[in-house]
Design a protein around this ligand. Structure first.
Ligand code: CA
Length: 115
């Protein structure tokens, strides 16, 4: 998923996933204005060394239980969102010493964020 460069548009959101998304080492994931990715339990997103993610401040990565973003994606009678609902974001560039390639991140309810 997103192994090639991709521009996430408003028609694709809310983009709900239960997968480990990966932004490949030559790829750029660009979040369009007001877009969101909602993560289910066990889901995460990893940016490989050389890959990059750009998201303006109006974009959100959040729990699929977060009804405040792009509507109700988990049903009306389920619990509200909580920290740890999804695994989180891992930017491999940071650990490769090549700097932080994630900008403008608005990340909610993740277990961990490695930026
Ligand atoms: Ca709900």
């Amino acid at each position: 998923m997103f192994v090639e460069s991709h521009y996430l548009t408003a028609t694709e959101v809310p983009f709900v996933t239960d997968q480990m998304l990966s932004v490949g080492n030559t790829a750029t994931l660009t979040m369009g204005a007001n877009t969101a990715i909602k993560f289910m339990a066990g889901a995460s997103i990893q940016i490989d060394v050389g890959g990059s993610l750009t998201m303006p401040g109006t974009c959100v990565f959040t729990s699929y239980r977060d009804d405040t973003v792009k509507g109700d994606t988990d049903g009306p009678t389920t619990p509200g969102p909580a920290t740890g609902d999804w695994i989180g974001l891992w930017d491999s560039n940071l650990f490769a010493g090549s700097g932080d390639w994630v900008t403008g991140a608005n990340i909610r309810y993740a277990l961990n964020v490695w930026l």
